[in-house]
Design a protein around this ligand. Sequence first.
Ligand SMILES: [Zn+2]
Length: 429
Amino acid sequence: MEDEKNYWGRRLPAREWPNNLKAVAHTMPGMQEVSGQWICQRCQSKLDETNRLPQGAFYCRNCIQMGRVRSDEELYYLMQREFSPADTCRWSGQLNSDQEKIAQKLLDYSRKGKSCLVHAVTGAGKTEMLYPLLTDYFNRGRVVGLASPRIDVCRELYHRLQMAFSVSSCFLYAEGEDYRRSQLIVATIPQLFRFYQAFDLLIVDEVDAFPFDENMQLYVAVDQARKPNTPIHFLTATTTPLLERRMQRGELYRLTLAKRFHKNPLIIPRVFYWSGYQTNGRLSRKFLYHFKRQRETGFPLLIFLPLIQWGETFYLQLLRLYPKLRVAFVSSCSQYRKELVEDFRTGRIEILITTTILERGVTFPKVDVFVLEADHSLYTKSSLVQIAGRVGRSQERPNGLVYFFAQEQTRAIKQAIQEIKQMNKEAGF
Ligand SMILES: [Zn+2]
């Protein structure tokens, strides 16, 4: 027997809805035909003949990873309910005056049901800025969702919020646990399709991250998951043309925080030109020169490579040259991804080689960053700004090295450097 509580605010295809709760649930058609066009009622995709099953019904391929929606089957759902009011905030830190201002504006806009885009530089402390708002919602028994396209971003957020608030919480992602009734839900974007009008407040972190940059599915997912007329706030360090348009139309209010919390400027990347990370199977001499100099300082080093295969090759070559190096390589395919990141954070590993999975959402105090093959097309302006933003985040070391190694300057490199300089200017540096 499934507990009804765990289905409040959820919407699932018939096959996934427990039999003992079918009588109490509401239903809606999985798809609707609007002037001859079938539309998925969960993700709003338009369907054509390629979406037809042999027996004639349509199914949706776009949101299929969240369970198959069919035109001849219903979606089941239950209304969300509130929690009892309580004192929930455990956080005892302090916001600086700039953070305080944004936090207050977020509260004011949220109370009016208005949505915001918080454009905050990397290292501005945007998670802490949310705490007054979250406290207000949690204390009143409201349900809050935090979502991001990136699982590593979700994981770090979940960890921090669990420490800061005493509320029931869960973390949902593709291979994660089943949902259990919670007041705080941290989830990757697709997981939101399994909720319906469930959230009193939704916050989307790193909204510009691949694969949801400029992807309408993200906006549909968050929109159907929130209660009508409740705020959705988007957080980012680099806006996108789509977000800019939404601000121009007055759908989003812009709140900018151009200063890092320790009030030091962002680090401007330096570009070094080379002929690639290896020639004739040997590591680039230019890289090795800068690598040796960096190692003399003893600061941890994060090295980015665009492709998993290059990362592996590079890792083995570096290890052959320096067998005693405490170095590791982590990618989306790594089995011990979480553990390796933690080892780097605590200093057990001194050099971490990675793909863009660690471009954002992670903080390593005192780190330096080298981006190898920075002119590769996988690096967008936004990912380069984010990568550069890993450096200089702690009060103890507000500076550090951001080196881009490239064969040529790309538009992304140029725009990233321009944007960083622009934000420093806006911050008054
Ligand atoms: Zn769909």
